[in-house]
Design a protein around this ligand. Structure first.
Ligand SMILES: Nc1ncnc2c1ncn2[C@@H]1O[C@H](COP(=O)(O)OP(=O)(O)OP(=O)(O)O)[C@@H](O)[C@H]1O
Ligand SMILES: [Mg+2]
Length: 279
C-alpha cells in the first residue's frame, strides 16, 4: 500500500502567552497528536472548545509550526528541518469559520479566485479568470456576482466564495474549520450538499472540524475526538453515538448536543437531513 495522503506523527504545540518567563502561561494546544487521512477520505474532528482542533488544523495547513513532530503530505515532509515547505502546502486548503479571514476586501470575487490559479498554477490572466468564473459558477456564484466585493455579499455567499478560492488551488485535502456553523440552516445545507458533491466528483479528502455531530455523521467516514490537546478516541462516524462510543469524555460531549428547546440554534439534525434530501 502507498503512503497515506496525510500523515501526522506525534505533533506537539505549546503556546506561551508572555515574553516574561516569570509571567508566562503555557498552554499545551496539541500533545502527541498522530493521525492519518487516506486519499478521498473524510475525517471529522470533534472536541470541546479549546481542545486544540483549530491548532491542529493550522499545523496541518502550514499556518502554525509545531514544536515537534512531523506532518507529511503524500509522503513529503511539510516542515523539513523545522522549515515550512510552501509547495507541499498548495495541496492543502483551509476554510475558516469566518470567510472574511480568507477574502481580500478590495478584490472582486473573480480576482480573489483567479489569484491562486495564476500564481500557483502559472496560468495566464485570461485562463485564470475563465477558470475562476467556472469555479465560482460551481459554488453557485455565477453571473454578475463575480464582479462583487466581499462586503456586497451575504454570509453564505462569502462562505461559498472562500470555498471557491480554496478549490481554485486544486487541493487534495480540504480542511473546514467550523466553516458552516455560523450560517443559517438552509445555507448550511446548501453548502454541505455542494461539499458532498465535490467529494465524489473530485475525490477530495476532507478534515472537518465541527461541533455539529449530525453533520459529522453525514459527511465523515471516521471521527477523531480531541480533549485537552490529545486525540482520546477514534471511531467510525456512524458509531458516534452515546451508546457506542468508548470514552466517557466522548459520551459527555455527545450528551451536550442540544436536542429540544433551543430556539436560537436550529437542531443540527435538520441541517444534515436537508442536505441529504437535496442530494
Ligand atoms: N495564538 C495563541 N496563543 C496562545 N494560546 C493559544 C493560541 N491559539 C490557541 N491557543 C490556546 O490553545 C488552546 C487550543 O485552542 P484551539 O483554538 O486550537 O481550540 P479549539 O478546539 O479550536 O476551540 P474552539 O472549538 O473554541 O474553536 C486554547 O486553550 C487556546 O486558548
Ligand atoms: Mg477552533
Amino acid at each position: 500500500m502507498g503512503s497515506p495522503l496525510l500523515q501526522v506523527d506525534s505533533v506537539r504545540k505549546v503556546f506561551r502567552t508572555s515574553r516574561w518567563p516569570a509571567r508566562a502561561v503555557h498552554t499545551v494546544a496539541c500533545d502527541d497528536v498522530s493521525l492519518e487521512v487516506a486519499e478521498g477520505e473524510s475525517v471529522g474532528i470533534v472536541g470541546e472548545s479549546g481542545s486544540g482542533k483549530s491548532t491542529l488544523a493550522g499545523i496541518i495547513s502550514g499556518l502554525t509550526r509545531p514544536d515537534s513532530g512531523s506532518v507529511r503530505l503524500s509522503g513529503r515532509d511539510v516542515y523539513p528541518r523545522g522549515r515550512f515547505d510552501r509547495n507541499a502546502w498548495r495541496t492543502v486548503q483551509l476554510v475558516f469559520q469566518d470567510p472574511y479571514t480568507s477574502l481580500n476586501p478590495v478584490m472582486t470575487l473573480e480576482d480573489t479566485v483567479a489569484e491562486p490559479i495564476r500564481s500557483w498554477h502559472g496560468a495566464s490572466d485570461r485562463e485564470a479568470r475563465a477558470t475562476a468564473r467556472e469555479t465560482l459558477e460551481l459554488v453557485g456564484l455565477g453571473g454578475e456576482l463575480v464582479t462583487r466585493h466581499p462586503r456586497d455579499l451575504s454570509g453564505g455567499q462569502r462562505q461559498r466564495a472562500s470555498i471557491a478560492r480554496a478549490l481554485a488551488a486544486s487541493p487534495t485535502l480540504l480542511i473546514l474549520d467550523e466553516s458552516v456553523s455560523a450560517l443559517d440552516v438552509s445555507i448550511q445545507a446548501q453548502i454541505l450538499e455542494l461539499l458532498l458533491r465535490l467529494r465524489t466528483e473530485r475525490d477530495l479528502a476532507f478534515l472537518l472540524v465541527s461541533h455539529d455531530i449530525s453533520v459529522i455523521r453525514l459527511f465523515c467516514d471516521r471521527v477523531l475526538v480531541m480533549c485537552q490537546g490529545r486525540i482520546v478516541e477514534t471511531c467510525a462516524a456512524e458509531d458516534l453515538s452515546v451508546d457506542t462510543v468508548r470514552e466517557p469524555y466522548t459520551r459527555t460531549l455527545l450528551s451536550a448536543v442540544p436536542v429540544l428547546g433551543d430556539h436560537r440554534k436550529p437542531h443540527p439534525v435538520d441541517v444534515a437531513a436537508t442536505a441529504r434530501s437535496a442530494m
